[in-house]
Write a protein that binds this ligand. Structure first.
Ligand code: SF4
Length: 213
């Protein structure tokens, strides 16, 4: 865990704390705490999702680990050289990120995957600290509008100047923001996001980072 990660009992969002306490009582074997970022702060790429899934990262303690969103994300990361090893839905599967860090706009699992505007704003302090602690940060991939808008704010820009669109590429200060529909099961089941569309975003990031040297 890095200094940019909240403690296990972060008290800042009362509704999420109450939900966390209920999950701890019901499933004491789960992580049930803010999910720390995955990957080194020396990476050039930061991926920003929405929030832990109840039975995914909230259960396992690693972002995008244990549910469908991770299947597509980690397969894509491995395909473009942003990760090595095998993704096996467990934090101890040995998968290693390469020049990449993964975090969420909101670190605690929200009921029905829906954080409030206030919770997003409150947890943005940790996102901003995460970004500030990455001296080589060159590219940010935002997954979904909520993660996108919060990341843009954390970078010091207004979302109205960097509106969310799938495939969007915008310079924000020292970094380039690439945006994608979230790789949730809902989006992939409904065809909002296909694996090909998702891979196209990562191909663009790969070219960008390779050109940056
Ligand atoms: S969502 Fe973020 S700020 Fe709110 S309680 Fe969890 S870790 Fe703390």
């Amino acid at each position: 865990m890095s200094p940019c990660d909240p403690g296990r009992d972060c008290p800042l969002c009362p509704r999420l704390v109450a939900f966390r306490d209920r999950q701890r009582a019901a499933r004491p074997d789960w992580h049930n705490a803010p999910v720390p970022s995955f990957g080194t702060d020396n990476a050039r790429l930061l991926i920003v999702g929405l929030a832990p899934g109840l039975q995914g990262a909230n259960r396992t303690g690693r972002p995008f680990t244990g549910d469908w969103a991770g299947d597509l994300l980690y397969e894509t990361l491995i395909g473009f050289g942003f990760a090595t090893g095998t993704y096996d839905e467990r934090p101890d599967d040995g998968l290693t990120l390469v020049d990449t860090r993964i975090t969420n706009a909101v670190r605690c699992v929200p009921p029905e995957n829906k954080p409030t505007t206030e919770e997003i704003a409150t947890c943005r302090g940790f996102l901003a600290a995460t970004i500030a602690a990455m001296p080589r940060l060159t590219a940010v991939i935002t997954l979904g509008k909520i993660g996108h808008d919060s990341a843009v704010r954390a970078l010091g820009e207004r979302p109205s100047r960097v509106p969310f669109t799938h495939g969007g590429v915008t310079g924000v200060g020292r970094v380039t923001v690439f945006s994608s529909y979230h790789c949730s099961r809902y989006n992939t089941n409904t065809g909002v996001l296909t694996p090909e569309m998702f891979r196209a975003v990562f191909a663009s990031v790969r070219r960008h980072l390779d050109a940056a040297g």
